[in-house]
Write a protein that binds this ligand. Structure first.
Ligand code: SF4
Ligand code: SF4
Length: 251
């Protein structure tokens, strides 16, 4: 059988003979590549159901494995291991152990939605990636990722004040990180901060620092805040229930 996606086969499962002649035919080297047989017994039959129950995972059952999402994916273009089609395949089959091998890169989806545009089945792969990353966190397979810290800080600011201030979002993001200096090791973040300092007008920078001290709020925001909080608690309770996890105390 031809090997369509050799990169997806673990190196330990590939066999090659340096010198091999079969019926007088020299099939040495890659001509004699075989895939080691294996059997999988540790299926998680509930995995698709659990991820489908999280926001964004609803349409995962529609996937027909055409691969258009991976073909269009921004992150796959720089890292071939980032493969939404393959992860959806593993989830649908319940192959949890295989999925866990890639648990540290699934969160890296940049939400460009090129996959969503390309998908002929309205699976919304972008949302499935986020539901999968959330599932990994809720199951305790991964720690909270920088993107989760950022999303939580961003949402909390909207909930608390009814508005967004860039400086406060960044300050909150660094405060939430266990290792506050870790983001500064990320080249893209360093470039972004350097860009802001170099190009932003002085008035904007002064305003940003002033707002760090005097946190403005939207007038009459209280009822909206209460409504948002109620909704969030409902969604979080549903998420935990879908995964069979105990309810969490109110935050
Ligand atoms: S939204 Fe995520 S999965 Fe989809 S193309 Fe962009 S980076 Fe890839
Ligand atoms: S583009 Fe849609 S249908 Fe095709 S593999 Fe990706 S998620 Fe599945």
């Amino acid at each position: 059988m031809p090997i369509h996606e050799k990169s997806l086969i673990r190196p330990e499962n590939l066999r090659e003979h340096e010198e091999l002649v079969i019926d007088g035919m020299d099939v040495s080297g890659h001509w004699s590549t075989f895939i080691e047989g294996r059997s999988v017994s540790d299926y998680n039959e509930k995995m698709q159901e659990e991820i489908a129950a999280l926001p964004g995972g609803e349409n995962i059952h529609r996937c027909w494995q055409c691969g258009s999402c991976t073909n269009a994916c921004t992150v796959n273009a720089v890292n071939p291991d980032f493969n939404p089609r393959y992860w959806i395949y593993l989830i649908r089959l319940g192959m949890e152990e295989e999925l866990l091998r890639d648990k540290d890169i699934i969160w890296q989806c940049v939400s460009c939605n090129k996959c969503t545009d390309a998908c002929p089945r309205d699976v919304v792969p972008e949302a499935v990636m986020h539901a999968t990353a959330k599932w990994l966190e809720l199951k305790g397979h991964t720690e909270k990722k920088p993107s989760t810290h950022f999303d939580e800080g961003f949402s909390q600011q909207v909930i608390d004040t009814g508005m967004i201030e860039d400086g406060l979002v960044m300050r909150d993001f660094f405060t939430r990180m266990k290792n506050r200096w870790a983001p500064f090791k990320e080249p893209y973040l360093v470039a972004m901060i350097q860009g802001i300092i170099k190009r932003a007008p002085l008035g904007y920078l002064l305003q940003m620092f002033t707002l760090l001290v005097f946190r403005p709020r939207t007038k009459g925001w209280g009822p909206a805040k209460a409504g948002i909080m109620e909704y969030i608690e409902e969604v979080e309770a549903n998420n935990r229930k879908a995964l069979g996890l105990p309810a969490e105390g109110k935050h």
